[in-house]
Write a protein of this length. Structure first.
Length: 288
C-alpha cells in the first residue's frame, strides 16, 4: 500500500503524468502492450497482474474466471453471472459499461464538452452529417473506464445495431489530465461509431467507443474483425444485429471511453452527473 500510495502521488502530478502517458511513442507503446499482453504464460500473467496492482485498485472479485493465462485475459475478463443488475424499466436507457462520468448534459447545437473549456463538434467526432442532425441539441454522457475496471460494454436498451463506422486515429491518453490539455482529443483518437435503433420507440441512440494509448483495439461480437491500428477493412459496415438490454456488445483490450448520444427529449437520470461512478446496467437516461 505504501508503494502504491507513493506511485499515486507521482502520477497525480499533472506534468509528470502527461509526460509519461503522452510524450512517448504512443503507437509503438500500444503495439508492444498488445503483443505482450497476449503472451500465454501463467508466470508472466501473475507477475504482470502484480505490477498492475501497484498502479491500480484492481478488484477481480466479480470476475467469472479466478485465474488468467495472460494479461489480455485479465483485461478482457467476463463477469460472473449476476454481478450486475440491469435496470428493467423500458423507459430507461442503461449505462453500457462501468465508468466514471467525465462530462454530460445537453449538446449546444452540435457542440459538446470533453472537459470544461474544451469543446468539440459532433461532425468532427462522427463524420456523419445525418447523425449530427439527429443529435442536435440532444443529450450525451461521456463514460471513462479506468485501467482496473471491467472493460466489456453492453446494449443500453432492447434494439438493433444498424451500422458501425470505424475511424482510424491517434492513441492519446484519455484521462482527465490529457482532456484538459489536448483540444478535440476524442476527435483525434481511433474510435467506432455504433448506430443503434431502440426497439419499440424507434429512437436512434449511438455509442462511440474511443480507443487510447495501450488500448487501441475494439472488438464487437457481431463483426468478425478486430478494429485496431492494423485494420484495413471498410470504414462503414452495415449490419442488423439485434440485442436485448444488458446483452454484451463487445470490449476494449484494456480500458478507455464510451460516449452515449441520445436525441432531444431524453433526460439524464439523477445519478448521471459529472464525477459519478456508474456500473453497467445502472439507469443512465430517461426516454421521452
Amino acid at each position: 500500500m505504501t508503494i502504491r500510495s507513493e506511485l499515486a502521488k507521482v502520477l497525480q502530478h499533472e506534468d509528470i503524468n502527461f509526460l509519461l502517458t503522452n510524450r512517448i511513442p504512443r503507437r509503438l507503446a500500444t503495439r508492444f502492450l498488445g503483443w505482450f499482453s497476449q503472451i500465454e504464460n501463467p508466470l508472466v500473467a501473475r507477475a504482470s497482474i502484480a505490477v498492475w496492482r501497484l498502479f491500480a485498485d484492481l478488484d477481480l472479485s466479480d470476475a467469472k474466471a479466478r485465474t488468467f493465462n495472460s494479461l489480455h485475459a485479465c483485461f478482457t475478463r467476463e463477469l460472473k453471472p449476476g454481478a450486475r443488475h440491469i435496470d428493467p424499466d423500458p423507459q430507461v436507457l442503461t449505462s453500457p459499461c462501468d465508468g466514471i462520468v467525465g462530462a454530460c448534459g445537453t449538446i449546444s447545437g452540435t457542440e459538446l464538452l470533453q472537459a470544461k473549456g474544451f469543446p468539440y463538434s459532433l461532425q468532427d467526432l462522427m463524420h456523419d452529417p445525418a447523425l449530427v442532425e439527429a443529435y442536435r441539441d440532444g443529450r450525451y454522457v461521456t463514460l471513462r473506464l479506468t485501467s482496473s475496471m471491467y472493460h466489456r460494454f453492453h446494449a443500453p436498451h432492447d434494439g438493433a445495431v444498424e451500422h458501425v463506422t470505424y475511424i482510424s486515429g491517434d492513441t492519446w491518453n484519455v484521462n482527465p489530465i490529457a482532456l484538459r490539455r489536448v483540444a478535440e482529443l476524442f476527435c483525434k483518437n481511433e474510435r467506432a461509431v455504433i448506430r443503434t435503433r431502440l426497439r419499440g420507440s424507434g429512437h436512434l441512440v449511438t455509442l462511440v467507443p474511443v480507443a487510447a494509448i495501450l488500448v487501441a483495439s475494439i472488438r464487437l461480437h457481431f463483426l468478425d474483425v478486430t478494429m485496431n491500428m492494423n485494420y484495413r477493412g471498410a470504414a462503414r459496415i452495415d449490419c442488423d444485429a439485434s440485442f436485448r438490454k444488458g446483452e454484451e456488445l463487445g470490449w476494449f483490450e484494456h480500458g478507455s471511453t464510451i460516449i452515449v448520444f441520445a436525441p432531444r427529449g431524453f433526460r439524464l437520470c439523477d445519478d448521471t452527473r459529472e464525477g459519478a461512478v456508474l456500473r453497467m446496467g445502472q439507469a443512465l437516461m430517461h426516454l421521452p
